[in-house]
Design a binder for this molecule. Sequence first.
Ligand code: DON
Length: 309
Amino acid sequence: MPCQTNSELNELILQAKRETEGGRVADYIPALAKANPADFSVAIIHPDGLCISAGDIDKKFTLQSISKVLTLALALCDNGEKYVFSKVGYEPTGDPFNSIIKLETNNPSKPLNPMINAGALAVTHLIKGDSVPDRIEHILKFVRKLAGNDKITYSKQVAESELATSNLNRALCYFMKQHGVINEEVEELMDLYTKQCAIEMDCLDLARIGVVFSLDGKDPQSGEQLLPAEVARLCKTFMVTCGMYNASGEFAIRVGIPAKSGVSGAIMGSVPNQFGIGIYGPALNDIGNSSTGIRLLEILSEKYSLSMF
Ligand code: DON
């Protein structure tokens, strides 16, 4: 079913744009600095396949931290909950996503949760395969299945740009290697992680992944269980408690749906049993979330009573 442009959604984007002040594109990954801060697109996919959209939905973006939900789901499918959570915790943190501070102060030294960089690196370490090309293919296969789009791949340019500049993440890896959380070569893990963050799609793909999580792991078209319901539940819970970095508490109050953001300006939302939403707006607020994207979700949540709470 083709996605229909929706004039009401378009109006709400204009309202969200009016009500947010500018924002800045991420530039600590040099390739992301090329994004146009004025870009904005959104797609909503319902369980029956009905899709509505607004903005330039052909624009592609990289997943960045949204990939953390997907690798967590895959690592859980591959290794089971017990093993995954022997490497990473369940608890939110009030610190920025790339902070090292809790790794040092926590005893034993394990990352607090899989949505911060340290935790995501520990999870990516668990992705199975004999080599980095094998392992990224394993991740891509899973993401393609969830998105129902076998053309999805990663941007080499964005992956290389991050790999060349990602010394904070390297520091997190070395720290975790010293403490036995990971035991592979740091450069190998960094190579895989930066490729995973550079997986590229549009907001339709993202909304489609969102609706799979909304439906507890079911394919909206075929009804096939694409991932176990328990894995979907776990991922959605982390999206609520830790999905919007150190703004997750405020987001839970103002919007109240499972969602995950990335520094590319993308946000994936999953309104339980109702719809999946994919947003791209690269102008970020101070915390690193799409400023217009967050405002749009607040408006939608209020207008349609979307909050789970
Ligand atoms: O590791 C990084 O810094 C980026 N590849 C992703 C950061 C991001 O989107 C925010 N993280 N929670």
